[in-house]
Structure formats: C-alpha cells, structure tokens
Ligand binder design. Structure first.
Ligand code: V47
Length: 353
C-alpha cells in the first residue's frame, strides 16, 4: 500500500511517511486531509463565543518569540485587579459568551491566590461559564515559584473551578530549538507530564505548536508524534492548534515569514498524522481569517471563536486585538461552503447557524 492508500484506508502513518507528505502535490495533500476531516466532521466547522483575558504581562521568563510580556520592546507592565477581570466577565457573559480563556505571563509578585482565586470568583457568580485557564507553562511557573508539586497546583485548579486547560506554552518540543527560543521555561517533557496529569483527572485540554520561526519540518513532525503518543495514552486532548509565528516586536529576529503554502501543508499533515485527535483548529488570529477559511479545505474543522479581545498574538503583529463580529464570522464560514456550528468548550453542539 502506498501512503495515499494507507491514509484513505484510515491507517496510521510513521515519521518518514509524514515528512514525505511535504513533497506531495499541494492540492492532492489538501484533498487527503479533507477526506480525513470529512470522515470525522463532514462539512461542519465549529466555533465558540468566547473572550480571551490576559490579566498580566509581567513575566519572570524570557521567550525570544514573545512580544506580549513587558520588556525593553514593550515597556508597559500591567496587572489587573480581580474587580477589573470580573467587570470584563460580567460584560461578556451578558452578551452571550460561553467561555473565558484566561492566560497570563509568569508574574512573580502577585501571590498564588491572585492566580487561582479569580476562577472561584467567576465560577461562584457564573456557574455555567466555562473557565479555560492556565497553560502548562503557568502551572510549571507557579509550582517552581511557590514550591509546590504539579499535582498540588492541578488540585488547586480543580478546587477553584478551572474546567479545561488551554494548549499554550507547547511551542516546539524539540529540545534544541526549544532551548534557543525559550530557554528556562517549562521543558517539553514537563509540558506533556502536566497535561497527562490533568487528563488523568478526567479533564480535557488543548495542545498548540508554534511554527514558522527557526524550526524545521522534521521538528514539526516530531512535535506531532509526541502529541499522538500522549493522546494514545490519555485521550484527553480536544484540539490541536498550530500557531503561526508572528514576526513583530520580539527578539527572535526571523526575517522571512512562512508562506501560506507551507502553513496549509502543515495543517493538512497535522490532520493526517493526529489520527487520534478529534479537532484541528485554524486559529484565525495567527493565520488571518482568510487563510483560516481556506484551511477548512486542508483539514481544519474549528475556527476558535469570536475572541473579542486578544493581547498575546496581537502584540507580535496579528490583527486580532478586537476579535471578530459574530454575524460576520458565521457569514464567512457559510459563504466558504461550510456549516457553522456553535459549540461549547468541550465540543457539544449548541446551535447550527
Ligand atoms: O503559548 C507567543 C504563542 C500562545 C507569539 O488552547 C505566539 O484553545 C505567534 O496558546 N507569534 C498563546 N504566537 C495562545 C494559545 C492559544 C490560542 C488560542 C486558543 C488556544 C486554546 C490557545 O501564543 C503562546 C505562544 O505559543 N505566541 N508569541 C508570536 N510572536
């Protein structure tokens, strides 16, 4: 059987086979990924009504690709008070948000309570609002800084009402590249270990991959393989989210931006490799809305959500600071030939638009 027949037959492909897909005809690869997508989701494209909240940009770690944390290029440190966060939550909940996605920098000065008690406050006031919060990088930082084990931090997250974990902080698992782009932050092994522990508590999470900077195609396939291995063990990942590296205001100094062709190929290959992961999210914030719409033909079945406001990727040049309008978003999905399906945070269908 050749690779194409294997994929159409639903068989698993190995590292070398995955890498060779980069050399396949662009449209043939797209059609293969689409056949996998269609088997899993038909023409449905999922999204949710959500709000990203980034409560502080003061960070004890230094990632070369980050334009969000306060530093020489972005000398505007801020830390929100819980009341400020609650005001945002009140506003977005009253306008239909079903999820808040709360991710911060690694602020050494707030105290552990500042990080955790906000979730309890949100849950007490809005029990039906899904709280997706704390990346594995934050969990690792909190454990190190407050002398706790990962299990202790995870128990506190559960106690305080975190429903699911976002996929941030995975970057690229290859140790050499990781050392170059974000030395000192959570290691690949630790990132996967934290998610495994979270899954073992019956909880769901997402997983990202930051690409289009200094990594190779081999590094991307390796990243996908490590995710596939953990997913085989736990089944706890909901979505894979390839994040396209944004070039501005950071210290990575990448001259040439990745091409749309390479982005779509990578998405298609990830749809094929991650045969045990249900959803592939084209995160329009880093790919642009237009390319995310095209990515629907290359295996993507999820476009994240309306977002409303986003600070991490927009700091590095993404046009996402103000989110997208719901009606417009739904119209774009429909006009591109797909069925917009509003979902909750764990992929139960809420409404077919
Ligand atoms: O972890 C930082 C990335 C991530 C840049 O789980 C950059 O549903 C591109 O993880 N260019 C945060 N990316 C965002 C994130 C996320 C987003 C949407 C949905 C979910 C989910 C998770 O942003 C960071 C980092 O990998 N990032 N700087 C940059 N210059």
């Amino acid at each position: 059987m050749n690779i194409k027949e294997k994929i159409l037959d639903g068989q698993r492909i190995n590292f070398d086979e995955a890498l060779s897909l980069y050399d396949m005809d662009f449209f043939e690869l797209g059609e293969l990924a689409d056949s996998v997508r269609q088997k899993m989701h038909g023409k449905k494209t999922y999204f949710n009504i959500n709000r990203h909240i980034n409560p502080t940009n003061v960070c004890a770690d230094i990632c070369k690709f980050c334009a969000y944390s306060a530093n020489r290029k972005n000398p505007n440190p801020y830390t929100m008070k819980h009341e400020e966060i609650m005001d945002i939550v009140k506003d977005v909940e009253s306008r239909g948000a079903k999820e808040v996605h709360i991710v911060s920098a690694h602020n050494p000065d707030t105290g552990l309570e500042w990080y955790l008690e906000i979730f309890k406050k949100i849950k007490n006031q809005y029990p039906n609002l899904h709280v997706k919060a704390l990346t594995a990088a934050e969990v690792d930082f909190l454990a190190r800084h407050y002398d706790k084990t990962y299990d202790e931090i995870i128990d506190l997250m559960v106690e305080n009402g975190v429903d699911s974990m976002p996929g941030g902080g995975a970057e690229i698992f290859d140790e050499k590249v990781r050392d170059y782009i974000c030395k000192g932050k959570v290691t690949s092994e630790q990132w996967l270990d934290i998610h495994q522990k979270w899954h073992e508590r019956g909880k769901k999470s997402n997983v990202t991959m930051l690409f289009g900077h200094v990594e190779s195609r081999e590094n991307r396939i390796d990243h996908m393989m490590r995710i596939r291995d953990l997913q085989d063990k736990t089944g706890g990942f909901n979505a894979f989210i390839p994040l396209v590296y944004q070039t501005e205001n950071n210290y990575l100094n990448v001259k040439e931006a990745i091409t749309a062709n390479e982005i779509l190929k990578t998405m298609a290959i990830s749809r094929i490799v991650l045969d045990n992961l249900p959803n592939l999210k084209a995160y329009w914030v880093t790919s642009t809305v237009n390319l995310a719409l095209v990515a629907q033909e290359f295996g993507a079945n999820d476009l994240d959500g309306t977002i409303e406001k986003e600070s991490i990727n927009s700091a590095a040049g993404a046009a996402s600071a103000n989110g997208v309008n719901l009606e417009e978003f739904v119209g774009l999905i429909k006009n591109s030939g797909f069925t917009p399906v509003e979902r909750d945070s764990v992929y139960n269908e809420i409404k077919v638009w």
